[in-house]
Design a protein around this ligand. Structure first.
Ligand SMILES: [Zn+2]
Ligand SMILES: [Zn+2]
Length: 1009
């Protein structure tokens, strides 16, 4: 990655930058320390249900909305916050005054409060209690409870009495301590290499499901591993908080999306904390918070000013149920249904905002320097669908009476020229007919009167089919002759024009030239309708391009290499299987077409510009104002954010509440100051998630979307994890966005995320996608209560290959629970010394100890490799195996030896990323320095890991007949001798000399008798 391009232009006095960060930290801590107990006024259902296990205090990471707003708007933010905190006990009259005071600059129109029927989220009664917090911290820091080692003898005894594994106790204890100690706070540290580990952020649906755990906890384990490897790791979490569900719920139930969303976030954040992840919550971002979407709007304006955002009328996909437009990526399936609700989409003509993503089409096809799965690269490549070739103009004969009579509008000079895109201009001489899409606007004009009835009928049946049906490869090809002809410009041949449903208007120009001899589909079509087939590429057996081989009878279309025949000036020209200019035949013909003025080189893309307008309320407003006189202009930057009004009405009208709001859309024209109108569409939420990784860098920063010092240290993202379903959506949008910002001088380098790994999906036990309606959903909260987070984490990493996913198995989790308990038992068992029947202590032999050590270091080598390669399932199984070996070593008297102590230590370190709580607890019980999560990852002792002897299978005539054990260092001769000396082998050879003996080193011995 060339990430250095602009670094020079940036002034960054390093020490100063650091100071800024520190200062920020204090402010942040202040905000956080405002511990509040929240009385939910609304029916937060998930929460109410499990009210019991909830702790005494809900430590909110600040009264988010209110406090943050202060932070954004007030110049002296520190003072403001402290003041706010001091105003405790006085049950806040209403946060409205704060908001009011901070708002007027943006929109006088936004009626400050006018609570309407819907209570905004800040109206939760917030009672600030500073003392409560102190109590908690004091309790957390109480050493005896946490570091029992300090008072060794007493604690030891205590422990022995009740050393049952109690995840509920130890997990809460360590989570609280980690939080109090800010163990996972990530700040710039130039003395260490950085590692930005990013996992896709969730939509705040209100309840964490097992899929979230499946995505997040292995990603967390990997981040923890990287930290132990010595990296300064940033592993943040946030919420992709705008979107349809909250708005649909508002229409249905009347709950304001803001209220619902922020309540859901509160709940989910608490649920996430039970996972024991190392998320740095100080860096949380919420895309629906004004201090976030202010910058989403700011980015829109940047793109607009760069000419990358434009407005045009276009036929767009519209979901009649969601009442909004959809991007092409959001239309799914053969029946073209809405990605979100499943309703079949319809086409609608609307004026819409687009981003010129196609400008980057070629660059997006370049994956240099990216460690991304091939599948994703292929999906993106196909999605962009670049094809090289030529545009060729065919003249349509206007000899039909219907053509000449009407339509003066079409009677321009070139109306009868139809442009066709082809990837195979070298086959132009073989074009024997043309096929138009039935929807092609010229069809009506050119159809001969005698063909009109047939054409109309065919058009009607084509309209009833989906695009996918029409394009299906195995579908029987059908079509109708229009009665019209075109002239092939390369040889003046008169060729018939047909219509067929396999040609779509959305590809190229909606018309193709058909070359049946060299295209499978055209071949089938020509055979069926008895259209001429002319061979123009003939296969060659020799490299002699002068010798044109004999023509054969074509049994099928030929798409291989050869020489051009029946092609006028190009006869004998070589053609290979390369695309575009790399193919000598294609290249030569393109040059010739251009010289003749009948065509030109051309590149065609499937990729379309990014439609970002949504006719909905719950999204970032598009910061544009329309004036009759001055047209569209962006809202001046110092007036951002354009805030969403809160006092809107929820009516199932299909119109955005923004459009129906009486005053919101009124705004002065940014140019002339006269009354003008705001854009009432909001942005596609994929716009919000295109830059969230940048906001994590400095979520409270208010001088720009991010702090440059943080950017320079942390970016690019080193490892990104998430579902593959985002391959052609988020993962493509965010690449485009980064490149656009790079060109705006805002970001550096060509790519935002260097390494990508995709996890699969957890299915229900019935092997179906988990869904509430199916009743196959696993509730993680219940599992946490039953097993503890460590067991779920271990099971999630164990039960499937991460990238594959698998159906949930509620029996399987018992195995992981057993493993965690057995670790606990082995490591806390006080009976360290075993005695023989005679009462003699059993002392392990050197061989036992050596073998234990070997197994430990072999496991460490495997686990290290597996962490590097995201092979989480084998990490857990390796640890399970090693545990069995350790139980055996204990029976053999290894406990107490140096090898045993080393084994325990390495074992806990390997466990730490997977099961962070139990590892920390046992670590502390052994009297090791806090915290295990800041320990360096252990080094493999290769000498110790080496096997003394290996077992080899011996095959006789291809069948395994015996296994021999030989020294690992044995030579080929020695292995051969050992194999032939085996009793079994002797028996099978019946005393005869083997004809051949093959030794595959370290693998097997094969004897041919
Ligand atoms: Zn829909
Ligand atoms: Zn104006």
């Amino acid at each position: 990655m060339a990430a250095t391009k602009k670094k020079t232009t940036k002034k960054k006095p390093a020490p100063k930058a650091k100071k800024v960060v520190k200062a920020k930290k204090i402010v942040a801590a202040k905000v956080k320390n405002v511990t509040v107990s929240v009385k939910k006024s609304g029916p937060a259902k998930g929460k109410a249900k499990k009210a019991t296990p909830k702790k005494i205090v809900v430590k909110k990471s600040a009264p988010k909305v209110t406090a943050k707003k202060v932070a954004v708007k007030t110049p002296v933010k520190k003072a403001a916050i402290t003041k706010g905190a001091k105003a405790k006990a006085v049950s806040k009259p209403k946060p409205a005054p704060v908001r009011k005071g901070t708002k007027p600059r943006t929109t006088g129109v936004v009626t400050a409060k006018k609570a309407t029927a819907i209570e905004p989220v800040k109206d939760k009664s917030i009672v600030v209690k500073a003392e409560v917090l102190k109590a908690v911290i004091a309790k957390l820091k109480e050493p005896s409870a946490i570091i029992p080692v300090e008072s060794a003898p007493a604690a030891q005894e205590n422990k022995r009495q009740d050393n049952a594994y109690a995840p509920a106790v130890i997990e809460k204890k360590w989570q609280a301590k980690w939080e109090a100690d800010q163990l996972y706070r990530s700040v710039i540290d130039n003395s260490r290499p950085k590692h930005y580990a990013l996992t896709m952020l969730p939509y705040p649906s209100g309840d964490l499901h097992i899929g979230h755990w499946y995505a997040m906890t292995p990603a967390d384990a990997r981040a923890r591993y990287m930290r132990m490897k010595g990296y300064n790791v940033l592993f943040p979490m946030g919420f992709d908080a705008f979107g349809l569900p909250a708005e649909n719920a508002a229409i249905k139930e009347g709950i304001h999306p803001m209220k619902r969303t922020f309540e859901n976030i509160e709940h989910m954040r608490e649920q996430m904390k039970t996972m024991g992840t190392m998320f740095d919550w100080e860096r949380e971002m919420v895309s629906a918070a004004p201090e976030y979407y202010k910058w989403t709007e700011w980015f829109f304006i940047k793109l607009y000013k760069m000419g990358l955002a434009y407005r045009k009328m276009s036929a767009v996909d519209w979901c009649p149920h969601c009442n909004t437009t959809l991007a092409r990526e959001q239309v799914w399936g053969d029946d073209r249904h809405c990605e979100r609700c499943g309703t079949p989409v319809i086409k609608k003509n609307l004026e819409q905002w687009f981003f010129k993503a196609t400008k980057y089409a070629d660059e997006l096809l370049n994956f240099d320097g990216l460690d991304w799965p091939q599948t994703v690269k292929t999906l993106q490549t196909n999605w962009i669908g670049r094809s090289e070739g030529a545009e060729v103009k065919f003249r349509v004969e206007s000899n039909q009476s219907s053509v000449n009579s009407d339509q003066s509008t079409l009677m321009t000079d070139d109306w009868s020229l139809i442009t066709v895109f082809t990837t195979r201009p070298d086959t132009l001489w073989g074009a024997t007919f043309m096929v138009f899409s039935p929807e092609h606007p010229l069809v009506e004009k050119i159809t001969a009167p005698g063909q009109k009835a047939a054409v109309d009928e065919y058009k009607a049946q084509a309209a009833r089919q989906s695009d996918i049906e029409r394009e299906a490869v195995d579908k029987e090809k059908t079509g109708v002759f229009t009665g019209a002809y075109a002239v092939n410009p390369v040889n003046q041949a008169r060729i018939p024009i047909w219509i067929a449903d396999y040609v779509l208007m959305s590809y190229g120009t909606g018309a193709i030239m058909a070359v049946p001899a060299h295209d499978e589909r055209d071949f089938a079509f020509a055979k069926k309708y008895e259209l001429p087939i002319v061979e123009v590429i003939r296969p060659v057996e020799t490299n002699h391009d002068s010798s044109v081989p004999e023509a054969g009878v074509l049994e099928s279309a030929y798409a291989g290499p050869g020489v051009m025949v029946n092609s006028g000036p190009f006869n004998g020209t070589k053609v290979n299987t390369e695309k575009g200019r790399k193919n000598p035949g294609i290249s030569a013909v393109i040059d010739w077409l251009e010289a003749q003025g009948i065509g030109k080189e051309s590149v065609n893309y499937r990729y379309r510009d990014w439609l970002i307008s949504r006719q909905r309320y719950w999204g970032a407003p598009i910061p544009m104002v329309y004036c009759e006189k001055d047209g569209w202009n962006p809202v001046p930057e110092d007036q951002l954010p354009v805030l969403l009004p809160e006092d809107v009405e929820w009516k199932p009208t299909g119109e955005s509440p923004l459009k129906l709001h009486p005053t919101w859309k009124n705004a002065p024209c940014p140019v002339c100051g006269e009354p003008a109108t705001r854009e009432t569409d909001t942005m596609d939420t994929f716009m919000c998630s295109s830059w969230y990784h940048l906001r994590y860098l400095s979520p409270k920063y208010d001088k720009g979307p991010f702090d440059e010092a943080e950017y320079n240290y942390w970016m690019p993202v080193d490892t990104y994890t998430g579902g593959i379903e985002h391959a052609t959506m988020h993962l493509l949008y965010t690449r485009f966005f980064h490149k656009a910002l790079r060109d705006a001088g805002i970001t550096e380098g060509n790519e935002p995320m260097i390494q990508l790994r995709n996890q699969g999906m957890v299915l229900g036990e019935d092997n179906e996608k988990m869904s509430k309606s199916r009743g196959n959903v696993e509730a993680p909260d219940v599992l946490v209560e039953k097993y503890g987070a460590d067991t779920i984490r271990a099971y999630i990493m164990f039960f499937a290959r991460w990238e594959m996913g698998a159906p949930w198995d509620s029996q399987g989790i018992e195995g992981s629970a057993r493993w965690v308990r057995r670790v606990w038992t082995l490591f806390t068992d006080p009976s360290t010394t075993l005695r023989s029947a005679q009462g003699e202590p059993i002392v392990a032999s050197d061989e036992v100890k050596k073998s234990l050590r070997r197994k430990v270091h072999q496991t460490l080598r495997r686990v290290t490799r597996d962490f590097e390669q995201f092979e989480f399932n084998t990490i857990v199984s390796s640890l399970m195996e090693l545990l069995n070996e350790m139980y055996k070593a204990r029976e053999a008297g290894a406990v107490g030896s140096d090898e045993w102590k080393e084994a325990q230590e390495i074992y806990l370190k390997m466990m730490a990323p997977v099961t962070p709580h139990i590892a920390e607890e046992l670590w502390s019980q052994f009297g090791k320095p806090y915290s295990i999560h800041t320990q360096p990852w252990p080094q493999v002792d290769e000498a110790a890991a080496k096997e003394d002897s290996i077992e080899l299978p011996v095959q006789i005539n291809g069948k395994v007949r015996d296994r021999i054990i030989v020294p690992a260092e044995a030579t080929e001769e020695e292995v051969r001798a050992a194999a032939l000396g085996s009793e079994n082998v002797q028996k099978f050879l019946e005393g005869k000399e083997p004809r051949k003996v093959i030794v595959v080193k370290g693998k097997l011995v094969s004897v041919v008798g």
